[in-house]
Design a binder for this molecule. Sequence first.
Ligand code: 0O2
Length: 221
Amino acid sequence: DRIARLGSFRASLARFMLSYQFGINEIMTKVNILRTEFEHLHDHSPIEHVSSRLKSPESILEKVQRHELPLSIETIQEQIHDIAGIRIVCSFIADVYLIAEMLAAQPDITVIETKDYIEHPKPNGYKSLHLIVQVPVFLSSSVTEARVEIQIRTIAMDFWASLEHKIDYKFDQEIPAELLNELTEAAELANNLDLKMERIHREVRALRPPNPRLRTQTDEV
Ligand code: 0O2
């Protein structure tokens, strides 16, 4: 009986995780369509690269414990928003908001929450735009809504966050205050680089003649 119950729990856990994987697939398709369309139509694609990850069951349990949540599938569904995660790395800060608006405007995407850590960085300097969205997934005999956390950031924000995550991960005790200050200073440098590159990009665009591929049919007539 115990083995049968264990088998059934495993099966429901696998089904539970599968719906998040389908959510990732749905959003990845949308992001790839935007990216390919930009590459065809415009002279620059705002998307540098995209990655996705499904949180491991261990990492979900660690978060349940860290947030002192009761251990149930319903609580995990309601409270843990980053089981399915997609990270979109953009060229410039304006592109981050452009991509967020394009995704949020799609009729089958419901934005549950927006966390703008670019406008309001975390105390350590972490910057990124997080959208928690819900997307329908069409199964063989039902439709389910999958929640996906979309993190959108620039290359400079991603560079800082990736290295900070590694440093933080390697330290199993509190990071000394002076090192934390240095990390925050490094985040400020990354931000200055973003602002400078964005300004240069704007100036170069202002100097360049319009792209003929962008002419509309009315222009052609
Ligand atoms: P991983 O390995 O990327 O999956 P919490 O997750 O408890 O901190 P909350 O409110 O659920 O809090 O989520 P939040 O802060 O909006 O977003 C969580 C995710 O954002 C993290 O997932 C990281 O990917 C990223 N993130 C948030 N803060 C930082 C930070 O200070 N530094 C870095 N490098 N990344 C950050 P995970 O599960 O922590 O990690």
